[in-house]
Design a protein around this ligand. Structure first.
Ligand SMILES: [Zn+2]
Length: 161
């Protein structure tokens, strides 16, 4: 597949794929993206105002949703901008809302999984007998997140004491 096709499949508005790497045995896909030329309006992450002066560029690696069997990592080219109000700051990127190494849609998917994990836990608690340990909320969440991230396939079962 050409980078152009990966750009369409990835679907990050305003960004294009300029390099890709497929690790077949490791089942990992890595895409390098940068802004399209038409998408050069940079916004200061401090004050949210448009700022044009680029001071430096750098790369950030984030996890995006898996593509079929492949864990997907996106390496994004980002800019630091000079803002008269805030000094030198990172540009604001709507696709990367937090400092966590995940894309927005990855975080949204984890959020949804967490909601259903919370619901599953309620059912489990109802089922659990008094003598059995109930999985903590955190354990349930981590199991979901790991499943989603493809880290492992932890069965979502209560631990027995
Ligand atoms: Zn600013």
């Amino acid at each position: 597949m050409r980078d152009n096709d990966w750009t369409r499949v990835l679907g990050w508005p305003g960004y294009k794929v300029y390099r890709h790497e497929i690790d077949e045995p490791g089942k990992r896909l890595k895409l390098w993206v940068r802004r399209r030329r038409a998408n050069k309006l940079l916004v200061c992450s401090g004050c949210g105002k448009p700022r044009g002066e680029i001071v430096a560029s750098y790369e950030r690696e984030v996890r995006d949703l898996p593509c079929f069997e492949y864990l997907t990592t996106v390496v994004v080219e980002l800019y630091r901008v000079r803002c008269p109000d805030c000094g030198v700051t990172a540009e604001k990127v709507p696709l990367l809302p937090s400092k966590a190494p995940f894309s927005k849609r990855f975080e949204d998917a984890v959020g949804q999984a967490c909601e259903s994990a919370a619901a599953s836990r309620v059912i489990l608690i109802k089922r659990a007998k008094a003598s059995e340990a109930v999985p903590s909320h955190k354990e349930a969440l981590m199991a979901r997140v790991e499943n989603l991230a493809g880290v492992g396939s932890m069965p979502y079962l209560p631990h027995r004491a």
